[in-house]
Design a binder for this molecule. Sequence first.
Ligand SMILES: *[C@@H]1O[C@H](CO)[C@@H](O)[C@H](O)[C@H]1NC(C)=O
Ligand SMILES: *[C@@H]1O[C@H](CO)[C@@H](O)[C@H](O)[C@H]1NC(C)=O
Ligand SMILES: *[C@@H]1O[C@H](CO)[C@@H](O)[C@H](O)[C@H]1NC(C)=O
Ligand SMILES: *[C@@H]1O[C@H](CO)[C@@H](O)[C@H](O)[C@H]1NC(C)=O
Ligand SMILES: *[C@@H]1O[C@H](CO)[C@@H](O)[C@H](O)[C@H]1NC(C)=O
Length: 618
Amino acid sequence: MSPSSSAIISLLLCYFCLFYLLQSSESSSITDYYSSEDDQPYRTAYHFQPPRNWMNDPNGPMIYEGLYHLFYQYNPKGAVWASDIVWAHSTSKDLINWIPREPVLYPSQHYDINGCWSGSATILPGGKPAVLYTGINAENQQVQNIAFPKNLSDPYLEEWVKSPLNPVIDPNGSNMTDASSFDSPTIDYYTNDHQDKNIAFPMNNLPEPNLIEMVQSTSDPDMIDASNFRDPSTGWLGPDGRWRVIIGSKRGKRGIAILYWSKDFIHWVKAKQPLHSAEDTGMWECPDFFPVSTIAPVGLNTSVDGPNVKHVLKVSLFDNSKEYYTTGTYDYAKDVYVPNKGSIDDIFGLRFDYGKFYASKTFFDSAKNRRVLWGWINESSSADDDIKKGWSGIQAAPRAIWLDKSGKHLVQWPITELETLRTGHVDMPSKLLDGGSTVEVLGLTASQADVEMSFKVTNLEKAEKFDPSWTNAEDLCARKVATVKGEIGPFGIMALASKGLEEYTAIFFRIFKANNNKYVVLMCSDQSRSSLDDSTDKANYGVFLDVDPTKEKLSLRTLIDHSIVESFGGEGKGCITARVYPTMAIGDGAHLHVFNNAAEAVRISSFSGWSMNKAQIN
Ligand SMILES: *[C@@H]1O[C@H](CO)[C@@H](O)[C@H](O)[C@H]1NC(C)=O
Ligand SMILES: *[C@@H]1O[C@H](CO)[C@@H](O)[C@H](O)[C@H]1NC(C)=O
Ligand SMILES: *[C@@H]1O[C@H](CO)[C@@H](O)[C@H](O)[C@H]1NC(C)=O
Ligand SMILES: *[C@@H]1O[C@H](CO)[C@@H](O)[C@H](O)[C@H]1NC(C)=O
Ligand SMILES: *[C@@H]1O[C@H](CO)[C@@H](O)[C@H](O)[C@H]1NC(C)=O
């Protein structure tokens, strides 16, 4: 560690001491900021967050020697984003209870002096972790750097060392190791692709099929926009012994995942063509590329390929703050990813979460053979409110993620460890819920709960006709909020409801009949009455669920955690996370109702609810 880094650590430590001192002696406003978060109504009990200040993207999640690590973008200086952001760090045995550690990466070198931005961890052969992250250099360019744990025997990996070879990837290759300085094994490896072993071929010029679409959109296809070049992915190792990573970028309005190769994970060369790109999607942030099994609901090591494997590419679109993914085929020989036919590759495509959820990242949990997804949930309030409460940003519950049996989309489910927090179980016997009726669920802590239920619709013939022009589920949900009566639906729950229902967040279903005689199931999260405070974002969210109500029950699971309502419809086929700030439905003032505001009755075929214990979070 350099002297300047230690200086910054000491500064950080001083900073923390300082506010503890201030807390005990200083004015009440400072005390309010830093000591009372636990009493605030919108702090979460079991969703990950730091004790105070700003958090955004999850970074480098991984498991090392049986211990889970989560790094995250953190501003130690306040509750709003700042570009000179650091990598904060917490560790956990179960992904639920977390112990805070010192931040591991903070601006200290010319290649990251203006910020340590997002990145990913890769477990290298021998079980050695490495993180690649974006640094904002002294010229405000985005470059990619690598760091390694200082002491692999320290299970907490508390100290990380930045490589003296940083930046290992820079936008125009000017500072990258040139091919002549590669050590011989690396040279051999790359020249194996060449007929003539004596050609010392230049960086960025490996023989590859040509890049058609990119050549069209720029005069210099090799030029990378240094202001839009960030968020290196987890690496994967090909059968040819070559590591790959992708980095988010754009060229004009085309979003691109630029591909880099390396033999040793330190010396990188740019592939001639990106792994994938799509017109009119703008800057791709936080690209995540991983294999999924087509035969079992398990996770796969990021480097796995072969029979019964498909690939998923997720990108976070800077232009609309939403994420989209496609399922497709990875062609190792050409080193390109091709979305499946029908897997839409733009803002009409599939999303992990149709609510507030961004900058997500998965990792392969080798201890439990699953792929786990983390995602940042932004606030819905103004920066002024965030400054007042002294913090901003939460992580969604960690979710296992796998390919649905249909092969068409992914399925997500909160990791089973979350169930260890369940307490005070409430059951409801199977029960017919008449149109226009509401049942309050008593006996659980409605502001801090986990509820699972399923509905059975008996009289589907009555379903309203589906208008084929209703292509946007979110718009449809915004028009047909919970108070708009239908034939079949809305039925679902009202979470974080005040006693007189002045406030509630409704999660519900509606069923329509389409022209082809198939049924369309709409799932909505209606925030229009979530708070009497009109300054918060109350956008409504929606998704069409891949569920056939003639054959399947319609299930809903919702995690309620003070200011989060995180819902999983159709056993995890559609997820919606809402961020809400009730003014009355807080603490003991919060209630939970099951409701049916339709003409037709619906059967609650099962209902289980639990109060949730508070997790130890940082
Ligand atoms: C994945 O497989 C590679 C290659 O076999 C191995 O080096 C790596 O440790 C594995 N990674 C994880 C997270 O298990
Ligand atoms: C590395 O970590 C182990 C376990 O915490 C510790 O015993 C050892 O002293 C550390 N080594 C160094 C060089 O700090
Ligand atoms: C590219 O490299 C040249 C020197 O080779 C340098 O002058 C220029 O600033 C670099 N541009 C970027 C975007 O890094
Ligand atoms: C290249 O290296 C020089 C000297 O170390 C540094 O000042 C400059 O910022 C680097 N450029 C890039 C694009 O990393
Ligand atoms: C986060 O939320 C704030 C307040 O609603 C909004 O201004 C900002 O654009 C959001 N950012 C992202 C990336 O969602």
